[in-house]
Ligand binder design. Structure first.
Ligand code: GTP
Ligand code: SPV
Ligand code: MN
Length: 587
């Protein structure tokens, strides 16, 4: 049964027809994105064991999902950029010739949906009517994907409306197959605007609008079309006088974007307000007034559960109190959810993320470290109304950051755009559970885009440098590190809401009203320039420690940066090589 197409767009119909003939599903379901459809598909998902209905008194509209234990994070080693030449993909991406990879993956997909339903998911990335917005059509045999895409994107007929009879939509095919890590591929064909994903059913591997379209294909399109697709949150800072300043920040996966985007200022800043525009992805381009404008192409949050509680991120806790899908957290006997770092005592007993009995005495974690929640952005009590503005918001500051136990000070401002691009390009961060492998190791993650740049990283840096020429008012560029530790492995900086103190300095720097001291790294706040009032137990001495620049540590850092420069050497813009020499000279 091929179902009744929900669009007259013949290119969409032909693509669905072609893929249905290949995958041979028993049924084709054309999604319309309606509430009735969501309800019906949720019932199906519960019946199929894909979702567990949670305690509706405690968590209205919430469901629980457990993925296969071998399928709990992004898989960078199985992720490919399939460009005509290997140089186009560059040394930091896995590459395969497009024809070869298509043959292989279409081969794997052949008959892969027998006995199953193929869902046709039309989706819009970006506000309806926005000239930034892009349309995708994802074909999948996963109900979990459908229900997640419905929250993460503007899914349904609105996408067909935006598309009209154009043919330039992103084609995405997702087949779970037998969810075998040895037969798992996430392949991108930027030239064809095509994504093929097989053998996984988890998060960034399969919600194709997110990392695959909005970042990998998006970054490629951005370079050809003159805009930027970045792994950045977007937030608005509202001052007591009502002035709004917008900031975009790139931190690597599981390094604090969602938390920063939903920040609740501490009592000292009670008349300040933070508004979330986006928590993971920014599409940015020059506006006619010479400023850089950004939209959030997404419509929901796929956020890290562990560590989320009413102290660290109260707005997230409110966001996920209803109409949320929880993935790979622990399940309690009363059908509530739990994870490490949630409020209150651990439950006396629970079922862990692998479906096994768990008690507080268990050695293993109850929730997977990369367990996640999916919630619509409209649940967020501090959602910026501008999140639906087709024009986006003007960005005053870009912040880079990493998870670094040493070396990187709490904050510094770069000297100018080119220096800022160098600092972004050399971001290092400890690897997290968001991707399989390498946990805790420091690696270079340029602009937090290492796993997401859909073309040669050297050309990506060049694109960043080029963008400056098109901006009359380029954003100021900063670097932050919330994760510096003392000798006892304790975080030096309290983080979370207290990050407002750093954000305030950044905003004031943008408006030319805060002081700074020049250092070899850039401009750093002096001892009086970060407002510490009301921050108990945090002495001036601690501030000095967290802001410290240790020349010995920086010698080692330079050597670590060198690794990336050597890997990319043939492709690096000379401006960045010069920036490195300047830094060495200053140190
Ligand atoms: P992705 O969704 O993977 O792109 O991650 P993200 O950058 O949105 O990270 P998120 O905000 O979900 O934070 C990841 C982890 O870092 C969570 O466990 C947070 O509790 C923790 N975290 C976030 N901000 C801070 C902070 O300021 N200090 C400390 N110590 N931990 C933080
Ligand atoms: C990330 O890993 O950066 C995420 C989660 O935001 S995923 O959607 O799985 O990529
Ligand atoms: Mn992310």
């Amino acid at each position: 049964m091929r179902g009744v197409p929900k669009t007259t767009n013949s290119a969409v119909r032909a693509w669905v027809e072609e893929m249905a003939a290949l995958c041979q599903p028993d049924r084709v379901h054309w999604c319309d994105g309606s509430a009735a459809e969501k309800e019906a598909l949720t019932v199906d998902a519960v019946a199929a064991g894909v979702l567990v209905k949670l305690n509706q008194e405690k968590l209205p509209g919430c469901y629980y999902h457990r993925s296969k234990p071998n399928d709990v994070a992004r898989v960078e080693h199985c992720t490919y950029i399939c460009t005509e030449t290997e140089a186009e993909a560059g040394p930091t991406n896995n590459w395969a010739p497009p024809r070869e990879m298509k043959e292989k993956l279409f081969g794997m997909a052949r008959g892969g949906m027998k006995g199953r339903t193929m869902y046709v998911i039309p989706y819009l990335m970006g506000p309806p009517g926005s000239s930034f917005a892009k349309v995708g059509v994802e074909l999948t045999d996963s109900l979990y994907v459908v229900l997640n895409m419905r929250m993460m994107t503007r899914m349904g007929l609105v996408a067909y409306e935006q598309l009209g009879d154009r043919t330039d939509f992103n084609r995405g095919l997702h087949c779970m197959l037998d969810v075998d890590p040895d037969r798992r591929y996430i392949a991108h064909f930027p030239r064809q605007n095509l994504i093929l994903s097989v053998g996984s059913a988890y998060g960034g591997n399969v919600l194709l609008g997110k990392k695959c379209l909005a970042l990998r294909i998006g970054s490629y399109l951005g370079r050809t079309e003159g805009w930027m697709a970045e792994h950045m949150l977007i937030l608005g800072v509202e001052s007591p006088s009502g002035e709004r300043t917008y900031v975009a920040a790139a931190f690597p996966s599981a390094c604090g974007k969602t938390n920063f985007a939903m920040l609740v200022p501490p009592a000292r800043f009670k008349d300040w307000k933070i508004w979330t525009v986006g928590d993971d992805i920014a599409w940015m381009r020059p506006g006619s007034d010479g400023r850089l404008y950004a939209i959030n192409p997404e419509a929901g949050y796929f956020g890290v559960a562990p560590g989320t509680n009413s102290q660290t991120n109260p707005n997230a806790m409110r966001t996920i109190a209803q109409n949320t899908i929880y993935t790979n957290v622990a399940l309690t006997p009363d059908l509530d959810v739990w994870w490490e770092g949630k409020d209150g005592e651990p439950p006396r007993e629970a079922i862990d993320w692998q479906g096994r009995p768990w008690t507080p005495a268990s050695k293993e974690k109850a929730a997977h470290p990369n367990s996640r929640f999916t919630a619509p952005m409209t649940n967020n009590p501090v959602l910026a109304p501008e999140a639906s503005d087709p024009e986006g918001v003007p960005i005053s500051a870009i912040i880079f950051g990493g998870r670094r136990a040493s070396t990187l000070p709490l904050v510094f401002q770069t000297f100018d755009w080119v220096h800022g691009v160098f600092v972004g390009a050399t971001v290092g961060s400890e690897m997290t559970a968001a991707a399989v492998g390498g946990l805790g190791q420091v690696r270079r993650d340029p602009m937090a885009m290492l796993p997401f740049c859909g073309y040669n990283m050297g050309d990506y840096f060049r694109h960043w440098l080029q963008m400056r020429k098109r901006l009359k008012y380029p954003p100021r560029i900063f670097h932050v590190n919330w994760f510096r530790k003392d000798g006892d492995h304790h975080f030096l900086w309290p983080g979370f809401g207290e990050n407002m103190r750093v954000l305030k300095w950044i905003v004031d720097r943008c408006h030319g009203r805060a002081n700074a001291i020049e250092t070899p790294l850039g401009w750093v706040p002096g001892p009086q320039d970060i407002d510490l009032e009301g921050l108990e137990d945090f002495t001036a001495e601690k501030l000095q420690k967290v802001l410290n620049i240790d020349i010995e540590e920086w010698r080692r850092e330079l050597l670590m940066q060198e690794e990336l420069f050597l890997e990319l050497y043939a492709f690096l813009p000379k401006e960045l090589i010069f920036q490195r020499e300047l830094l060495i000279a200053r140190l």
